[in-house]
Every structure is written in structure tokens, then in C-alpha cells.
Design a protein around this ligand. Structure first.
Ligand code: AMP
Length: 290
């Protein structure tokens, strides 16, 4: 067990990454907002498969939170995170402060127009612009060959892939499967903010998506019908505060009518103060999921 090098300033991160690059080492970056759980750790394991230097960034990025969102109450525990990273042989933990990452007159943003309008983009205007801007800064400071993102935030991963392609970055974007609690709830740092009752009900979000999946397996091909089934299940069993339930094309993220190609069924709900999202990827040809 060896502690990762803790790096606070972007300059120092740039220097370390460029020295690794001169030594022809392959760098993988795992961007996170901390309060690490098994989902994050699975991304580190995936990074380890292809790279010999791993950087995990921990930064609760204010740009991607709306004014009435949970930036202040977002769970944080840096000491525990660093301990976790030691167990996984991470080489560097990049933990910038807001002040040293964003200069006082910071005024630049990176925005992906396509893919960001629907789903989480509808209820969180400006969210993806905050994500793509911070990930751009992380790519520039960490110079990764590979960056690993989670399927749990599927839209985010697709937006990052598009940004990377559009801006000609030679970075391999990998998407790792969603890691779940024993009862099916997708692991998330935000789960720590659920009340006991909310936590016990929260797996019904995934249950609803699985219900939709079962209907597709049984032959239903109408996206609207699947959407309705999931929507009603979540409304009756979990919450009326449903931000969206969508059946979308896996590549374009556009709504579809008939399920005939790889799709994603995705949903977002609010449980008092906590927002939960989840999704299932489905290829109707072989009905396998990931
Ligand atoms: P976050 O710290 O929530 O911003 O997440 C950092 C990265 O971990 C993102 O790429 C997420 O998609 C990914 N991630 C979060 N939760 C999970 C999970 N349960 N399984 C797999 N990856 C996850």
C-alpha cells in the first residue's frame, strides 16, 4: 500500500504528467468529485488495465452545479478518499482548490451543443458546460492517454467522447459499467445524503428500469409503452418527482419510436434533497444488457 502523490496545483500536475510522458509512460485519468465508492474504484481498476500511471482527480466542480443545487451539501471526505486511493495503487491524486483551478477572472468555457439538450440537460441547464469545461482543464493539466468514465452518467460519458473527438484530443475515452449496491441501487456519492426511508426505497428506480427491460425482452417494441410502464412504476412506488424517463438511441441520445437498435433506458428522480439517475443499455437484437 503506497500513498499517491498528492498534487494541489495545476502547474505541478502538468510537470509530473509531462515527465511521465517523456519517460514514455502511459497515463490514465479518472476524474471524480470524491467521496469515493466502489463505482469509482472500478474505474481505477479499468484504468490499470491499460496504463502504467494513474491519476485520480478529486474536485467538486462549482461550474457544474446550478444555483439551487447541492454544491454545499455534496458529500466530501478527502482523508478517507486518499486512504482508498493508496489501496488501489494510484500514482497521483490531483486535488486542486477552486482558487488555484479557476483564476478570479476565469471566463472561458467549452460547450458541446449536441447531446446536451435533453435528459439531464433539461433540468440542469449549464451542467454539461460546467462538466466539459472542467474536463478540458483536467485533460490539459494531466495529459492522459486514456480517461475512464462511468456508464452511470451515460450522457456525460457520451458528451465527453464527442468533445474529445471534436477537439482532436488523442485520448481514449473508456466507459465502465455501473457498480450497484446489493439491492440494485447504483452507487453514488449522493446516496450518503438520502434519509433512511429514502435509501430503502431508492432501489425502485433501478427496479422500474428493469421492468422496462423485461417488457422489451418479452417483445414490446414501442418506446412510448416502455416509457409509460417505467414512469407509472416509479410514480407509484418511489416518487412523483420524476425529472425524466426516456428511451433513447444509444449513439445519438435521441428519442425513438420503435425499439430496433441499441438503446438506453434512462431516468432521473428527486427524493427530497437528493437527485438520483440511472440507466440500462440494451441491444434488442441479442437482448443482452451492460
Ligand atoms: P462523480 O464523482 O460522481 O462525479 O463520478 C466520477 C466518475 O465515476 C464518473 O465518471 C461517474 O460516471 C463514475 N461513477 C459514479 N458512480 C458510479 C457507479 N456506481 N459505477 C460506475 N461508475 C460510477
Amino acid at each position: 500500500m503506497s500513498k499517491p502523490e498528492i498534487i494541489i496545483t495545476p502547474d505541478k500536475m502538468c510537470l509530473l504528467a509531462s515527465s511521465w510522458r517523456s519517460d514514455r509512460l502511459k497515463i490514465a485519468l479518472v476524474p471524480t468529485m470524491g467521496f469515493l465508492h466502489e463505482g469509482h474504484l472500478s474505474l481505477i481498476k479499468k484504468a490499470r488495465e491499460t496504463a502504467n500511471r494513474i491519476i485520480v482527480s478529486i474536485f467538486v466542480n462549482p461550474l457544474q452545479f446550478g444555483p439551487n443545487e447541492d454544491f454545499d451539501s455534496y458529500p466530501r471526505n478527502i482523508e478517507r478518499d486518499i486512504f482508498q486511493l493508496s489501496k488501489y495503487g494510484v500514482d497521483a491524486a490531483f486535488i486542486p482548490t477552486i482558487q488555484n483551478f479557476y483564476s478570479p477572472n476565469f471566463s472561458t468555457s467549452v460547450d458541446v451543443n449536441d447531446l446536451t439538450q435533453g435528459l439531464c440537460g433539461t433540468d440542469r441547464p449549464g451542467h454539461f458546460k460546467g462538466v466539459t469545461t472542467v474536463v478540458t482543464k483536467l485533460f490539459n493539466t494531466c495529459s492522459p492517454h486514456v480517461a475512464v468514465f462511468g456508464q452511470k452518467d451515460f450522457q456525460q460519458a457520451m458528451v465527453i467522447k464527442r468533445m474529445t473527438r471534436d477537439l482532436n484530443w488523442n485520448i481514449d475515452i473508456k466507459i465502465a459499467p455501473t457498480v450497484r449496491e446489493h439491492d440494485g441501487l447504483a452507487m453514488s456519492s449522493r446516496n450518503a445524503n438520502l434519509t433512511t426511508l429514502e435509501r430503502s426505497n431508492a432501489p425502485k428506480l433501478y427496479k422500474g428500469l428493469c421492468k422496462g427491460q423485461t417488457e422489451i425482452t418479452n417483445g414490446v417494441r414501442s418506446a412510448k409503452k416502455i416509457q409509460q410502464i417505467i414512469y407509472c412504476f416509479i410514480k407509484e412506488n418511489l416518487t412523483e418527482q420524476i425529472e425524466y424517463v426516456e428511451v433513447i438511441d444509444k449513439e445519438t441520445l435521441e428519442r425513438i419510436d420503435t425499439i430496433s437498435r441499441p438503446i438506453v433506458i434512462a431516468a432521473a428522480v428527486r427524493l427530497s434533497k437528493t437527485r438520483l439517475i440511472d440507466n440500462i443499455i440494451l441491444s434488442p437484437s441479442n437482448l443482452s444488457t451492460s
